[in-house]
Design a protein around this ligand. Structure first.
Ligand code: NAI
Length: 506
């Protein structure tokens, strides 16, 4: 399918944060862009904002002045909606309100040509509902950019029940030519990203609520071991808790209160207190001149009085860790076993979703110390570690010494099912698997959306495959058993893959 020709004019309605950014993207791709806003002067302000952004690039020698002048010259603020009549593509980015958006779409249908494509940047309203009162709902499609639109690569092309395939294909091809990474999604609550990302926040919020570790510690573990750009606490402080909490609540209600999407009381209280994050000066952390961020809990250095590391069986996803420990100078002795390490008094294993105390009792190993998943064990600078309630202090000391010798900082957290990164990744994969099962998007598009839209180090389904068939399923089954809650039920596709001994892509 062909992208829109450059000669075709694009109209952007709503010149706020998103509309201005989208106008910039379309103008950079060579289109003449009409920018309209109901508020007087807002469209010009929007264009000035784009000019300011681009000027910074000129100042840094990243763009030519002429190029910027040409782009800005193509953005035309228009004060009357009727002036967009000859646009071939209209993208609305006005207030997130079903009735107001419907009224605008009706007006646009009366103004524009029969072939004009109507796109909406809504992040939460059903495309089907938006199109229901249009004369030709087939021409309406979601074109969901991420903030800031000029920088974020992802565009979710969202199809409502009535959306013509040719229209969605055209918008997909156009987004691609505009330098974006489009994915196709069915119009379901949260589309792909705002649904699949919920556990990233929810699991850490719950761990905080259960006093597992401090917000700064959980952030550090997710960032350093998980490979995510930001931890959930610093990220939601940046997004704004009012915004993030509203998305969670809307997805929770849209899925008829499925406990998987349960909003957090901890975050609700922040909203109630007006601690909205950076923008209000306080969220999980405090902001302002001279205020220092609390540091992550890190275990003090332990003396290392052992040289031999016994590896009993295969460590699965943590196999690379053994290589790293070997390179740190330990003598590795391999023998059969259930997939664990013996070092001094400690018996160490990767979490399988059970609490350490539960697993220690079941396996008859008192000195059990569990460690967390890392995105890359060969480079991680930190690991979350927890010990069974039965474990001797010396076992914990030995476990710390082992990791510290390989330059891995240890954050000792309370004993909770699935630790931190493993639990987060397992729940992300679970949500992604359910979205795939329900035909929200293809598996490849779900993974791409999470990487391009949120900079995740890996797509959740691909990540699940890397861990090995059945790993995520077992972790979730164990977490579900520990909590006795439906929230952690493994998705059907994970169950299927587990029994078929297959991955999502194999
Ligand atoms: P914003 O509040 O910054 O801008 C909205 C603009 O629309 C305002 O300038 C307002 O005057 C104008 N407006 C309102 N009603 C109008 C009407 N009937 N006709 C013409 N102009 C009208 O909002 P923002 O953040 O740019 O969001 C716009 C849309 O994009 C919403 O649907 C939102 O859900 C969606 N979105 C927002 C993202 C974000 O991170 N802010 C990300 C992705 C989508």
């Amino acid at each position: 399918m062909q992208a829109l020709d450059k000669q075709i004019r694009v109209a952007v309605i709503g010149a706020g944060a998103m509309g201005s950014g989208i106008a910039q993207v379309a103008a950079q791709a060579g289109h003449v862009v009409y920018l309209h806003d109901q508020r007087e002067g807002a469209a010009s302000t929007g264009r000035d904002g784009v000019a300011k952004q681009l000027q910074r690039r000129v100042d840094k020698n990243k763009m030519q002045q002429q190029e910027v002048d040409d782009i800005i010259g193509r953005i035309h603020p228009v004060s009357a909606l009727s002036e967009v009549a000859d646009a071939g593509l209209v993208i609305e980015a006005i207030i997130e309100d079903l009735e107001i958006k419907r009224a605008l779409l009706n007006e646009l249908e009366n103004l524009c040509g029969e072939d004009t494509i109507m796109a909406t940047n809504t992040s939460s309203i059903s495309i089907t509902a938006l199109g229901a009162r249009m004369q030709r709902p087939g021409r309406l499609v979601g074109m969901h950019f991420f903030n800031p639109a000029p920088l974020m690569a992802l565009v979710e092309v969202v199809k409502g029940l009535a959306t013509d395939k040719a229209v969605a294909d055209r918008v997909y091809a156009t987004a691609s030519v505009w330098g974006k990474k489009p994915v196709v999604a069915a119009s379901t609550p949260g589309f792909i990203v705002n649904r699949v990302a919920r556990p990233f926040y929810a699991e850490s919020f719950r761990l905080l609520q259960e006093q597992t570790a401090s917000a700064a510690t959980l952030d550090a573990v997710i960032r350093e071991a998980g490979g995510f750009r930001m931890g959930p606490f610093e990220l939601t402080d940046l997004i704004g808790h009012d915004v993030n909490y509203a998305v969670t609540t809307s997805v929770f209600n849209a899925y008829y209160q499925d406990p998987r999407f349960l909003p957090s009381l901890v975050q609700k209280e922040l909203v109630e207190a007006g601690r909205l994050g950076r923008k209000s000066g306080q969220g999980f952390f405090s902001y302002g001149e001279g205020i220092e961020r609390p540091v992550a809990q890190t275990e003090s250095a332990r003396p290392c009085d052992q040289t031999r590391l016994i590896v009993e069986g295969e460590l699965g996803p943590a196999a690379v860790l053994v290589e790293r420990l070997g390179a740190a100078g330990f003598e590795i002795i391999e023998r059969d076993g259930p997939g664990q390490l013996r070092f001094g008094e400690a018996v160490l294993a990767l979490t399988d979703g059970r609490m350490a105390s539960e697993r220690a009792a079941a396996d008859g190993v008192d000195n059990l110390v569990l460690f967390d998943l890392a995105f890359d064990y060969s480079t991680t600078t930190r690991l979350a570690v927890t010990a069974a309630g039965q474990a001797a202090t010396k076992a914990i000391d030995d476990a710390c010494a082992l990791f510290q010798k390989a330059n891995i900082a240890v954050s000792l957290v309370d004993d909770r099912p699935g630790l931190v990164v493993m639990r987060t990744v397992a729940m992300l994969a679970n949500e992604a698997a359910d979205a795939a099962l329900q035909g929200v998007a293809s598996m490849g598009d779900i993974d791409l959306a999470m990487r391009a839209g949120l900079n995740y180090p890996n797509g959740p389904l691909g990540w699940s495959d890397l861990l090995g068939a059945g790993v995520v399923f077992r972790v979730l089954s164990n977490i579900q058993n520990s909590y006795g809650e439906d929230r952690y039920r493994p998705a059907l596709l994970l169950r299927k893959n587990h029994f078929a001994q297959k991955g999502f892509y194999s």
